[in-house]
Design a protein. Structure first.
Length: 148
């Protein structure tokens, strides 16, 4: 089940985010970038950042976040025990639909080259731009037309 994420979900979201092996960031690395539970909660409260969670067996199995200010998919991560069940596709679709409703004709995201995530996004109509990512210049920048 996909539902809108709430601030009370942030501990589970942070657990999933710091447990991944691809595109891994520690709590400290995220804090250096200004990404903390407090900053995320403030952006969610302001309506700038929207969050969705996938629940499976009563637990949060993954999450996604989209930023209305720049039209980006800010995050999409799954607990490894829940991969391959379609939750990631549903979470990505939630971001895309929300960004489109917020008036964006195109969505953006970044992910590592050579990762399973890159293939995941490509299979869902995302394409690489060839640009360098802001925080991680070695990462791929992808876009998707939301008008279709």
């Amino acid at each position: 089940m996909i539902r809108r994420g709430v601030i009370a979900d942030l501990p589970a979201i942070m657990r999933i985010r710091t447990a991944v092996t691809e595109n891994h960031l520690s709590v400290g690395q995220m804090a250096e970038m200004g990404i903390t539970p407090e900053s995320i909660a403030a952006e969610m409260t302001a309506g700038d950042l929207a969050c969705w969670v996938a629940e499976d067996g009563g637990a949060i199995a993954g999450f996604s976040m989209a930023d209305r200010r720049d039209g980006s998919v800010f995050a999409l991560f799954m607990d490894s025990a829940h991969e391959g069940k379609g939750h990631g596709s549903a979470l990505l679709a939630a971001c895309e639909d929300w960004l489109k409703r917020e008036g964006h004709a195109e969505a953006r995201l970044t992910t590592g080259h050579g990762t399973r995530a890159l293939g995941f996004y490509r299979r869902r109509g995302w394409r690489e731009t060839g640009e360098a990512a802001e925080h991680f210049p070695e990462d791929a920048v992808l876009v998707k037309d939301l008008r279709g």
